[in-house]
Design a protein around this ligand. Sequence first.
Ligand code: SF4
Ligand code: SF4
Length: 416
Amino acid sequence: MEYKESKFNMYVKHHNQNFIFNTMRGSLIQVDAQELPILEHFHQEFVDHGFIIPSDFDEIEYLKQKRIKAISNKDALYVRILTTSFCNARCHYCYEQGLKQENMNKDTAIDIAKFICSISQKTKFLNICWFGGEPLINTTVIGIIINYIKEHHINQNLKIASSFITNGSLINDEIVYNMVNNWYTRDIQISMDGYGDEYNLIKNYVSPNYNFNLVVENIKKLIKTPIKIRIRLNINRENFEKSKQLIDYFEKVIGHPQNFKIYPGFLFDGENNNNKQIIHIDEFTLKKDFADYLNNHGYSCTLSTQRRNLGCYAGRIDNFLITPNGQLYKCAQHYADKKSYCLGDIYHYNDIDQKQWIQDDLLSKCLNCICLPLCQGGCKAARNTHLHLQVCHTTPEEIEYSVHLLIDQMNDKKRH
Ligand code: SF4
Ligand code: SF4
């Protein structure tokens, strides 16, 4: 059989040792300098782990087929539902500023549940992300939607999971009980912007009753449950040093329970600036410094090494963001872009045209990119909203950074 080298081999030098990481297979191998180039030093292991492939295997076509399958995969449905667009915080960077503020009412909640049932008849797995505004301002509709789906869905074996994106200030014992026992909650993302008074200043809550200490107490309540807690720590160059204080604090008061993770959030804002330029603070050095800080404090933070079949959920058929009045968008960034039109609403589903979002239209730049298996073409919203930008999900530097971490982890395991 004829062989060729995979397009997705990344050569990484780690403490003078040579490694190859394959972004398609996620495989990692150490090689001696004498074994390079690998095609001239054929070894079955290179073939088994995808570093060398049969010459008639088209990796780009393989990834395309994976994407096409994922776009129309009806096994899983992901919907992001805004129970409200009100919020009890007033972060200066909030991209929802200027959007209409309203709570979902009970009738709309039932209609949304019916809509979900109608578009998910072949679905095995339903994932609902509760979003806002602050979703916990309006919890009544959560119960209504979940109960309706449980009772009326055609597939009585439907697996439901839910997650929350919340500031954490309204969590109480009753809500924790419902999350665990009634709302199928698997994970909660709590956004934080610094430590103590710095946090209070940025969140600018409508009442001093909501504050940093309360959110930390609420996190402690959640730690005792099986729910995964992910702290999204919003960082940029300016607050980076201060954000370290929060990591130190969490290490002291929360420690390292299995269900607690901190990860960096980079403010991604398509509208709140006059130049119509995206503020996408994703400089690699900043991410790396932050990840290093987390890793050195016992909070594992890799940047990216897992293959994905599609850029994101917005690129799949029938995956929507649903507003409090039942309007449909493809994702939060699409909703936040005040110049983009919504696709329609739950009452006129048949008129919806989501073609632009679900077509497989990668740029030639992506087809020649070593990151393609881990990124699959970047953010659709950045391209499809008025921004018309290409925003990559990852970069070769990020992947290389994660490979160094992987090697360190492997070496650690060997030592113990
Ligand atoms: S979006 Fe960027 S990282 Fe992703 S495949 Fe395209 S060029 Fe590569
Ligand atoms: S289109 Fe972009 S902003 Fe929207 S979910 Fe996908 S990656 Fe995120």
